[in-house]
Design a protein around this ligand. Structure first.
Ligand code: NDP
Length: 361
């Protein structure tokens, strides 16, 4: 019972600690893309995700070495940890939604999607959305380390190289997200979504526990014996996806912030304009209208394959979730862009007819 309570409240304590770190550590201050509803000014953000993650990793290593906490403590307490995170996420989702004015939709819709767009706390030192993404990434990072440690402790020298590679590449995914935190101020979640259960519970529970469902399923299994050259191919699938997602995001970010400059010093932006608005139609944004989504899905497929055991359906839930999320989001973004850009968007669709997969879809 004591173990259950410790596991249940561990995420509460870690999340509180992440908040303290986010508030206390130095941060880069930057203006974002979204405007304050009241003042019309660009919202300001404090970003220090990478530093927060680094401090947490150092503490994890120190605690492991000194024996204060076993390396795989979060793994051995994963079920109470998951339940504790889910309960905390639910409480905070209700608190957030009940403190806002109804939007006119049903309560359930308000609860799920949220009522308010942008929430900043502690004298604007903490932006709810950016903090939630940091929290999810940091908790996922700790879980990844702990689950991988469990595998290594259990199998010793007979460990699965695929599991270790999975952990390294997933860390790459987290670290590079936090390294480019400012770029994500220009993404759909930040400018088009509200703060509700989807975001709050999603970052407290879904992100740190579901994203590594593949590792959850295989941490206890022996090395499947995947040949090294297949591991290289799977890692290459991951990095191809990363190149597409990061490349497209960076090209758009450069275009929105410094439209006159060439991307990477040589990719001059090919554009479509109607006098009021301008859209990119070259580079990543010329092969399909959301090649970044394809990239994200390839990253998830590469990670899943690295774990071995491709016949286990549980492992495929992670890439399948991306397919569902991003194919749906592409439709929603398409509607938003068609309404915002009108005939210019139609021209873009004619110029770049594929939605996500070049030449195919
Ligand atoms: P996008 O980065 O594609 O952003 C869409 C917006 O970009 C549009 O609403 C429009 O906004 C602008 N835009 C679209 N086409 C053009 C164009 N041709 N030229 C200029 N601007 C354009 O999508 P998201 O924000 O959804 O995703 C950002 C990243 O986050 C992606 O890589 C995605 O895969 C990733 N992601 C990751 C998730 C994860 O869990 N790992 C979950 C969801 C997304 P505007 O009004 O500003 O012009």
């Amino acid at each position: 019972m004591t173990d259950f309570i410790a596991g249940f409240f561990a995420p509460w304590i870690i999340c509180g600690f992440i908040l303290v770190l986010h508030l206390a550590l130095p941060a880069q201050r930057t203006a974002g893309y979204v405007r304050d509803d009241l003042t019309g000014k660009l919202l300001e953000y404090r970003l220090n995700g990478l530093l927060v993650l680094l401090v947490l990793m150092v503490l994890w290593v120190v605690f492991g070495f000194t024996g204060i906490l076993a390396w795989d403590w979060l793994y051995s307490h994963r079920w109470p940890g998951l339940i504790g995170s889910a309960v905390l996420g639910l409480i905070l989702s209700f608190a957030e939604v009940l403190s806002g004015w109804p939007t006119g939709r049903s309560f359930v819709a308000d609860l799920y999607f949220g009522r308010r767009m942008n929430r900043q706390f502690f004298n604007s030192r903490v932006d709810a959305k950016m903090f939630l993404y940091l929290l999810g990434a940091a908790m996922l990072g700790l879980n990844l380390l702990s689950f991988t440690a469990h595998h290594l402790v259990q199998f010793g020298s007979a460990f699965s190289p695929g599991v270790v590679l999975y952990c390294i590449l997933f860390f790459w995914f987290l670290v590079e997200y936090l390294f480019f935190e400012r770029v994500h101020l220009y993404t759909y979640d930040i400018f088009a979504e509200r703060v509700g259960f989807k975001l709050v519970w999603g970052c407290f529970t879904f992100y740190p526990y579901f994203y590594l469902i593949g590792l959850w399923a295989v941490a206890d299994l022996p090395d499947p014996g995947t040949p090294w050259w297949l591991l290289v191919i799977f890692a290459a699938i991951f990095f191809t996806g990363w190149g597409l997602a990061r490349g497209a995001n960076m090209q758009k970010y450069h275009f929105k912030t410094r439209p006159e400059r060439s991307f990477l010093g040589f990719m001059k932006p090919g554009t479509l304009a109607d006098g009021r608005n301008t859209l990119l139609c070259s580079g990543f944004w010329g092969v399909s209208r959301h090649v970044n989504y394809l990239g994200e899905i390839l990253e998830a497929i590469g990670l899943t394959l690295l774990l071995g055991y491709p016949a286990r359906w549980l492992l495929w839930l992670y890439p399948l979730y991306y397919v569902f999320l991003l194919f749906t989001r592409e439709r929603a973004d398409e509607r938003r862009c068609a309404a915002k850009y009108g005939e210019l968007w139609e021209e873009y669709v004619e110029r770049v007819p594929r939605r996500i997969i070049p030449w195919i879809y």
